[in-house]
Design a protein around this ligand. Structure first.
Ligand code: FES
Length: 211
């Protein structure tokens, strides 16, 4: 039985629709495949919130200048997730300070003596562990054995048994948004990660923990 002209037109239309559908599915699969490969190749660094910092360190947004309050510290982990640091606006020009008044600084707060966590004390304040002490300026104070670090001067040691300053976090300010980023860290190596190397990027990979 021969097909009518109408039947032939219907079959031709169905074939064209099928080919369009198949092409669409194929394209979708290719796009999905590319997306999956791209995702698998992109491995975010520790504490990363976009981009990279100085070689070996992640770039991490800590705060925005508009949200900072004087002597109100912000604790964050950097460069590794278990390495606490503090960012604070200390109200006076500081070595390595950023912002309009160069008074925003950040340091590792892992004490260089034996690894306790250092607390921030504003000028004239006393730590909970030592009410008779009055901070002569913005300092880091370790309650374990009373090591004191000068936050105006690269966390230079002001007192106590600690042999070294705290590592200072390198900060960068995005002038257009006011966002403050941690982008690196200066020596010494964070306590517990000493490797004998002067390459502080060992902090990022963890180095060799010291027991
Ligand atoms: S651990 Fe900080 S002073 Fe000893």
């Amino acid at each position: 039985m021969s097909q009518t002209e109408e039947q032939k037109r219907d079959e031709e239309g169905s074939r064209r629709n099928f080919l369009k559908w198949a092409a669409g599915v194929g394209l979708a699969l290719v796009v999905a495949g590319v997306a999956a490969v791209t995702k698998s190749l992109w491995t975010p660094g520790s504490a990363s919130s976009g981009g990279t910092g100085t070689p070996g360190f992640p770039k991490y947004k800590v705060a925005n200048i508009s949200g900072l309050q004087l002597n109100n510290p912000i604790v964050f982990n950097y460069p590794l997730d278990d390495q606490p640091s503090v960012l604070v606006k200390i109200g006076q020009k500081a070595a390595g300070g950023v912002g309009p008044d160069a008074d925003i600084v950040a340091f590792s707060i892992v004490c260089q003596h034996l690894g306790c966590v250092v607390g921030y004390q504003a000028q004239g304040a006393s730590p909970a562990c030592n009410s008779s002490y009055r901070a002569p300026g913005p300092v880091g104070y370790c309650c374990c054995h009373a090591s004191i670090y000068d936050f105006t001067n690269g966390a230079k040691v002001l007192g106590g048994p600690t042999p070294r300053p705290l590592p200072q976090v390198t900060l960068q300010v995005d002038e257009s948004t006011g966002d403050i980023y941690a982008v690196g860290m200066g020596p010494p190596t964070i306590f517990g990660y000493a490797t004998g190397s002067s390459d502080v990027s060992n902090d990022l990979v963890g180095g060799t923990p010291v027991s």
